[in-house]
Design a protein. Structure first.
Length: 504
């Protein structure tokens, strides 16, 4: 259990002696410190039989139970300690940490904040409080806490996992990716690697996520979280036959799953039912999940929008529109917490109002760079214009390899906007060296999602790259641009039915 710290014997107020030379708080603490948790538990229980509210006996017993993965038994002891010695920050910190270990991070926020107000600045407190803020969908508050904890203990893998998760919640994918790469090392614990896989799945790096899950399953074929992760990755990668095979294997072990795993399986089951056209089953599963969920608005928003699409497919228009409205309300609530300025205008489309600078003819500005990948094909338009269907058709060609919507060009725009003037005014002044460097960064990003690209030509399917075409013309003079068109009424309605990963 993370962040739990024993109360030092000298901190405990004096109490009447117990009639045993062996039965002393110091002996119990010594046993606990040596890792003999069974002996520590026995001594503590003996001591408590004489002194039921002795703080050290309570602390030793609670910590011994925690060390034996018996957090549910330890929790009331930590709570009692906070009541017996309310001025001790350690008790409130341990109480909050124990709640976190039981998956009750939302409840842990209050005792952890109280521990901080009493002066606890330990890395364990910072880590637990960051977890509580994440549970409350408050990544902006969690970020400085987990950054400080990581600075105190840079080698702590669990701290780095949480830091990566918070960065993903804030759409800081570059910073998160660097940390995630270090969490995928084969020598690390399977639980850490699986967590890294889920983070990659969340940001859409499906090939890397599948590789991590598969690697864990080679050593531990029955690892349920890895099986769930791989099944979800196959579904999102449109390899539905493989996803169904994993779903069947998971159904056989459902009885052994914990509640979180059962929810993940239920969501996968509903998604695959919808893919098969069994929208009645999908609707039933999604409604059950929503009835039992009161936490993460990002997750609930996604579930509501999936439910809306199944209701629409069943012809229940009223239920569909209600679900879509609920889903967007959840998503908006999440975005306003994580990106407070975005509802006032994120600038993504504001570039359309700016005049495009006069660019030199691309053919007159060759880029003298080492031989590398061919300039991509950019598939643009407005979201929900049929780009995915066209992408799949192109991907079937032996000479092409496509990838789904990634913010690779926008990352370059963000980099250019760090200068004055920014994008697009800066484009005419970019020299060949800078252009080559920007191209290299783009292709480096592409290699993460298409590690086996080889001699094939990449197809970058991101409809809103239509607002970045001046950048395409500047960096990729041999690129081709395909524009997908669909009736605006269809586009607007279809967009309303989707959960776009990008908050913008």
């Amino acid at each position: 259990m993370r962040g739990l710290r024993p109360l030092m014997v000298e901190e405990v107020p004096a109490s009447p002696p117990v009639h045993s030379s062996l039965l002393s708080p110091a002996a119990a603490m010594h046993a606990l410190g040596n890792g003999d948790v069974a002996e520590a538990e026995e001594l503590a229980r003996s001591g408590l039989s004489h002194e039921p509210e002795h703080p050290t006996w309570l602390t030793v017993l609670a910590l011994a139970l925690s060390a034996q993965q018996r957090a549910a038994e330890a929790l009331p002891l930590f709570q009692l300690l906070a009541q017996v010695q309310p001025a001790m920050a350690t008790h409130w910190s341990n109480f909050g940490n124990c709640l976190c270990e039981l998956g009750r991070e939302r409840e842990a926020k209050a005792p952890l904040l109280h521990a901080a107000s009493l002066g606890d600045e330990s890395d364990g407190l910072l880590y637990a409080l960051a977890r509580a803020h994440v549970a409350h969908a408050e990544p902006r508050l969690a970020l400085p806490l987990i950054q400080r904890a990581t600075q105190i203990a840079p080698q702590d893998v669990e701290y780095r996992v949480l830091l990566a998760r918070v960065l993903v919640m804030l759409d800081e994918f570059d910073a998160a990716g660097t940390i995630i790469d270090g969490l995928a090392a084969p020598e690390l614990d399977a639980e850490v690697r699986v967590e890294a896989g889920y983070l990659l799945l969340q940001i859409g790096v499906y090939a890397d996520a599948a590789a991590i899950f598969s690697g864990v399953l080679v050593a531990q074929p029955q690892h349920v979280d890895a099986m769930l992760g791989l099944a979800s990755t196959e579904e999102r990668s449109n390899r539905l036959d493989r996803a169904e095979q994993w779903r069947a294997l998971l159904a056989n072990v459902r009885a052994t799953m914990n509640s979180k795993q059962r929810d993940t399986f239920a969501e996968l089951d509903a998604q695959l039912a919808a893919r098969r056209g069994d929208h009645a089953a999908a609707r039933s599963g999604l409604e059950s999940l929503l009835a039992g969920s009161d936490g993460d608005p990002l997750l609930r928003g996604d579930l509501w929008l999936k439910l809306g699409r199944s209701c629409d497919a069943l012809g229940d228009t009223e239920a569909a529109m209600h679900a879509f409205a609920q889903g967007h309300a959840e998503r908006y609530a999440d975005v306003t917490r994580t990106h407070a300025a975005m509802p006032r205008g994120d600038g993504l489309l504001a570039v359309l109002d700016a005049p495009v600078p006069e660019l030199r003819s691309p053919t007159s500005r060759p880029i003298h760079a080492a031989a590398g990948p061919r300039d991509p094909v950019f598939l643009v338009g407005f979201p929900r214009s049929g780009t995915t269907l066209l992408e799949q058709l192109l991907d079937a060609h032996d000479g092409l390899a496509s990838f789904d919507e990634q913010p690779f060009l926008q990352r370059l725009v963000t980099e250019l906007n760090q200068q004055t003037p920014g994008y697009p005014e800066l484009l005419p002044s970019l020299n060949d060296t800078r252009r080559a460097a920007l191209r290299q960064r783009y292709f480096s990003d592409v290699s993460r999602v298409l590690p086996t690209l080889g001699a094939r030509r990449a197809v970058d399917k991101n409809p809103l790259n239509i607002v970045r075409l001046p950048l395409v013309a500047t960096l990729f003079p041999q690129a081709q641009v395909l524009l997908a068109l669909r009736h605006p009424c269809d586009v607007v309605l279809s967009c309303y039915m989707q959960n776009f990963r990008s908050p913008a």
